[in-house]
Write a protein that binds this ligand. Structure first.
Ligand code: KDG
Length: 314
C-alpha cells in the first residue's frame, strides 16, 4: 500500500534551462505511486491511495497507474481542486543544473486528510509505504502522516522514504518534520546527500544511523557508490551496516531511481530475502529506472532479478 500525490510530469524535449526548453512531453510522476507501479509490475499486489482532480489529467494518471496493475480503487477524485502538475529539466537532481517548477499548491492531493482518506483501508496493508513529500503538501497531509506513523497495535509495517524536496518546504522546518516521521517508521530510506541537506548530518552512514537509531531497518543510499542497510535497533556508538555496491549504468535520468530502489528493497523484504538480497534487488530496480527518461521503467523479470542478485553467492 502506498499513499501520496501523483502529478502529470512534463519532461523536457531537450537539455537546458527551463527558460530555454521549447516543449515538454507528458509523463507521470509521484514518488509513492512509482513504488506501487514497480511492485505491481514485479508481480506483487499493490494499491495506491491518492487524490486527483476530476479532470483529464486525473483520468490519465489513474488509467496509467492502473495499467501497471496497481489497485486504484481507493483513489479519490476531487471535483473542486485540480490534479497537480510539474515541469522539470533534464539535469540531475543533485546538481545545480536541475530545475523543477511545481504547480501543485491547492491540488487535489493536498486535500488528503484524516477525514478524506479511508484510514481503515490504508491500515489493512501488510506494508504501508509513505514519503516525506506528503508531509510538505499541507497541514492536513502532515497530520495524516503523523497519524499513519503513530505507534498502534497491529499497524502495518511502515516504510518511509525521506524524499526531502527543499522546494516544497519553507525555511528549515522540513528537516525537523522529516526526522520526526522517520523516527516513527519501521523501514527508512534516506540519501546521504539528503541527510546532510535536511539534518546537517555529515560523516556517512554510521553518523546517519546515530541520528536515526529507532527504525528497525535504515537504508542509506550513497548514490552511484551503493547503499548501506542497518538492521535491528542501534544500541552502540556505531551501528553495523551491510554495504552493497550499486550497478554501473549508462544514466539517462536519475529521477525515479530512489523510488525504484525502494520498490526493489520492499519486494525482497516481502519475499523474506536476507539483507544483501534486498539491497541487490533495490539496485537492480534502480538500474532499470536510471536508463529511462521518465520516472518509471519496467523492473527486471523476477527470475532474472533473482539470478542476478544471487550471482556471486553461489
Ligand atoms: O521520486 C520522483 C518524484 O520526485 C517525482 O515523481 C515527483 O513525487 C514527486 C515530487 O514530489 O517531487
Amino acid at each position: 500500500m502506498t499513499l501520496g500525490e501523483t502529478m502529470v510530469t512534463f519532461l523536457p524535449s531537450r537539455p537546458g534551462r527551463l527558460a530555454d526548453v521549447p516543449s515538454f512531453d507528458r509523463a507521470i510522476g509521484g514518488a509513492e505511486s512509482n513504488v506501487a507501479c514497480a511492485l505491481a509490475a514485479f508481480g506483487h499486489t499493490a494499491r495506491w491511495v491518492g487524490r486527483v482532480g476530476a479532470d483529464g489529467f486525473g483520468d490519465h494518471l489513474v488509467e496509467r497507474i492502473a495499467g501497471y496493475g496497481v489497485d486504484v480503487t481507493a483513489v479519490h477524485r476531487d471535483p473542486d481542486r485540480p490534479t497537480g502538475v510539474y515541469f522539470r529539466t533534464a539535469g540531475d537532481r543533485g546538481t545545480g543544473a536541475h530545475e523543477v517548477a511545481y504547480y501543485r499548491a491547492g491540488s487535489a492531493a493536498s486535500a488528503m486528510s484524516l477525514t478524506t482518506v479511508d484510514l481503515a483501508a490504508v491500515r489493512a496493508a501488510r506494508v504501508l509505504h509513505l514519503s516525506g513529500i506528503t508531509a510538505a503538501l499541507s497541514d492536513d497531509c502532515r497530520e495524516l502522516l503523523h497519524e499513519l506513523t503513530a505507534p498502534a497495535p497491529g499497524r502495518p509495517t511502515v516504510s518511509f522514504d525521506v524524499n526531502h524536496r527543499p522546494g516544497l518546504w519553507r525555511d528549515r522546518e522540513g528537516g525537523r518534520v522529516l526526522l520526526e516521521l522517520a523516527r516513527r517508521a519501521d523501514i527508512v530510506f534516506v540519501g546521504e546527500d539528503e541527510a546532510e541537506e535536511a539534518w546537517g548530518v555529515t560523516g556517512g552512514p554510521d553518523a546517519i544511523r546515530r541520528e536515526l537509531p529507532e527504525p528497525g531497518v535504515l537504508v542509506v543510499k550513497q548514490g552511484e557508490k551503493g547503499a548501506t542497510a542497518f538492521e535491528g535497533r542501534c544500541t552502540g556508538e556505531r551501528g553495523t551496516g551491510t554495504f552493497e555496491p550499486a550497478l554501473r549504468t549508462a544514466v539517462v535520468a536519475t529521477t525515479g531511481a530512489g523510488d525504484a530502489f525502494a520498490a526493489g528493497f520492499l519486494s525482497a523484504t516481502l519475499r523474506g530475502l536476507p539483507v544483501r538480497g534486498r539491497l541487490r534487488h533495490g539496485h537492480l530496480f534502480a538500474a532499470a529506472a536510471l536508463t529511462a527518461p521518465g520516472d518509471l521503467a519496467a523492473p527486471p523479470a523476477r527470475d532474472h532479478a533473482d539470478r542476478l542478485a544471487a550471482l556471486d553467492d553461489d
